[in-house]
Design a protein around this ligand. Sequence first.
Ligand code: ATP
Length: 423
Amino acid sequence: MNLAGKVEQYLPPHLLELVGNICELAQQFGYQVYLVGGVVRDLLLGYSNFDLDLVVEGDALTLAQQIATSPLLRQRMGKLATHPRFGTAKFKYGDFAIDIATARSETYAKAGALPIVVPGTIANDLFRRDFSINAMAISLMPNSYGELIDPYHGRNDLEHRLIRILHSRSFSDDATRILRAIRYEQRLRFNLETETARLLKENIPMLDTISSDRIRHELELILREKYPEYAIKRLNELGVLAKICPSLKGDGWIAEKFDKARLLNKPSQLPSLYFCLLVYSLSAEELEQLIHRLNIPGKLSQALRDTLCLKTELPSLDKSSLRPSEIYYFIHEYEPLAIQTNAIASESLIIRGYLQLFLKKLRYVKTLLNGEELKELGIFPGPELGRILQTLHKAKLDGKVNTKEDEEKLALLLKLQTKKEED
Ligand code: ATP
């Protein structure tokens, strides 16, 4: 089957031109270049995808270096990052990325470990992949341009909406594929092919062979999906979530809160926010187990811990007519992510209202006078100045001062009071 028409239809002209130039360079070295993986799948499904994965029968690093020094390509390809250990290179420029990898063959010495990698052919490279729908390639070389290479009948599986592994050891070799299978199944609204489904369930215990970082990475990929709650629910039903951490749940509550998160927050914040919502119902001890199992980095684990701490402290805010300053000074030291999470997840309407008020307004309120200006009013630097600044800030939050003059008057009054107390 020839897909030249689809390649031209779905890739924007500037990307097509770049790919053409890369192939011309590759030809000078006698290399063959193929478009592979997700972009081929998406092209056949009629979706645009500007993350191009190129596989080279030849040395990808040599080709990448040539691209990086080519006067024709250098400017338009953006920044080059290379990973010599894996024989891969990545160019990132604006809204597109081009990955170039040496075609390789992989063998698994031990279940769950990283594979032993040696250079190979495009056929080897497709065989090492996860599912038939991701194991297709399109030739980009002039003599076979657009030709689909589809040894595992991925196109047929796309038509029948099936996720199918390439061989029966696939999940035991690499159990991250369990998470990947569910991610694609739910993203595309496909089904697991019968034998794939059986082997997936059978190999759930193999998740124990996977390192913390790899499990976390796959979980993060799920949380970057448009509707991660579908995959989370499915992983819950299959017992995969419990295998990762017994207390993790993916029920209707999660779906409802994820939906609300999308309404209230910017897309870039969503993956971390989803993570915080996932742990909202855990105990502090369960959270520590999860942080350990997934080796969650410092900043995110702080937000997760703060989510639970704030949840525990918030009931004391559950009363109406609190002053804005009381709300601000109760909340402001917690991580913003933890505050956002509780603003979505708290049971109390009053508390959710306070947290939203903090996020939308109170956290941006600043006094007009700064420390320097207070010094000019004769207030000594040190605890007194700190106290006066905070009182001004509270007054500003509560609407008791509005102008700079109001603040100056209040500052001088406070100074006088302090002096009287000292005398
Ligand atoms: P998308 O999320 O749109 O599917 P993608 O297909 O590019 O993006 P990546 O996670 O970036 O997915 O992986 C790139 C390709 O590498 C996949 O298409 C798949 O063929 C292969 N791949 C990734 N991880 C594995 C794995 N654990 N086992 C086998 N193949 C994998």
